[in-house]
Design a protein around this ligand. Sequence first.
Ligand code: COA
Length: 258
Amino acid sequence: MSLVSYDLHDGGVLLLTVNRADKLNALNAEVFAALDEALARAAADDFVRAVVVTGAGPKAFVAGADIAEFPSLSSAQGTDLSRRGQQVFDRIERLGKPVVAAVNGFALGGGCELALACHVRVASETARFGLPEVGLGLIPGYGGTQRLPRVVGRGRALEMILSAEMVSAQRAYEIGLVNRVATPEALLADATALARTMAAKSPTALRLAIHAVLDSDAPLEDGLAREANLFGEAMGSADAKEGTTAFLEKRAPAFTGQ
Ligand code: COA
């Protein structure tokens, strides 16, 4: 079985599953390569309108980077490893299509960072989140020090990073780390339904909206200028003509992504 399975479902929803359950889906070089390849394929595949990312097995989403690879690494190799992880997770964030994490269990270290790179997070009641790196003599290196504060605020991010304590799905919901919580049985269906709702919208508008929001850390003036440009780009698209005309004609739009 592939380390990252690629299953296209109805409504243009692609399910990507990290398949390394015997090691709690820990991210080694092979998993990163498989994930990178699956993301490149998803980006190029016009049938894919939204993506759900999950982990195989009942126990873990992803329990982090593969610690077995770490003890022999030099400082320079550590920097390279961090850059590689960041690059793959950036690809998720910049995919141009909505990506929903369906967090089915432990989301630790790189697993928490993987979930953070997704646009929206749905967690099982049994999920647990944490950045345990400082307990290993390391720091989060796949975007955690940057994305976690942007999602939950600096104080809560520092609490999680410095204590290395895990938080429950309920707590993750309370601090805004996850968007929704589902029972373990309903998790995949709920995450897929949310992705399908997104997948039914204009692909062009989704891409532009993601772009606009991802750059919202810029100074307000710059962000507003970019928003106006992206809004104009959306307005000039065939999808906008279709969406607005369909509304006025009281029919469902048929978006083409043009
Ligand atoms: N890297 C490499 N292997 C990992 C791993 C990781 N991040 N997380 C789990 N595994 C492996 C275990 O070594 C074990 O392998 P084995 O069966 O060959 O011994 C297998 O996955 C099952 O994990 P185990 O620890 O036995 O499960 P558990 O239920 O007792 O504990 C965790 C679950 C998640 C609490 C525990 O596995 C853990 O703390 N993992 C590391 C989390 C971490 O620090 N991640 C950040 C890395 S930077």
